[in-house]
Design a protein around this ligand. Sequence first.
Ligand SMILES: [Zn+2]
Length: 268
Amino acid sequence: MPELPEVETTVRGLERVLQGRRISRVEARRADLRRSFPKDLGQRLTGATVTGLGRRAKYGLIHTDRDDTMIFHLGMSGSWRIDHASLEKHDHLLLETEDGKRLALNDPRRFGSVDLVATDELEDWPAFKALGPEPFELDVRDLQKRLRGRTAAIKLLLGDQRIVAGLGNIYVCEALYRAGIHPKRPSGSVSLERLKRLVVAIHDVLNEAIEAGGSTLKDFISPDGELGYFSKNFSVYDREGEPCACGGTVKRIVQGGRSTFYCARCQH
Ligand SMILES: [Zn+2]
């Protein structure tokens, strides 16, 4: 499942072929993914020039000179393919640029989505309205304020989109491990010093993954190139029963219906 680093890598890859380019053709090859494509998608994008790309939480943003923003979500299995030799069954949306690039949004399981919103209304778009700050814009004092008095486990609140936007289960586990914070610790009891370490850890785990993704970008414009998926190494995530670097053993518990991986020796 694409997490924030995959979406960031995808956006950076798309930027290389879309930034400043005019979209010459749009083809929706079915009516919907998780929900319907906007009815006027083709009409509003065809002939528009891409003025910039971005990311909010796990959504990719493509801004145009018509003051529209196309918002895409990769769902469970989505990816963009660039200049593929031939169409595949799950290429559901095609974009072509005036300079001859062909992009396909491929999504076998169709949990992804595509929306088109006026750029100046993005902040009020329902899925964005309630989002907390981006992980890279986290302010430690602000985080402390929002966790103050909260008894819910730190693992659960870090995964809450209203506290931090787009930080998935994997990166919550990894960041807590690096910061030495036990996933069950009541959120309001984490000291400012430890929250500072946590914010640094969040930045580090995301940046390392984005860098790993970036190194795969150099050859993404190749026949059947698929953007954004890459292998990563985790210290605790999905490593139940395996040794931690400290000599302890990685444990798995379930919190809020999702697996948490941690080391009881390193995390308090
Ligand atoms: Zn350990």
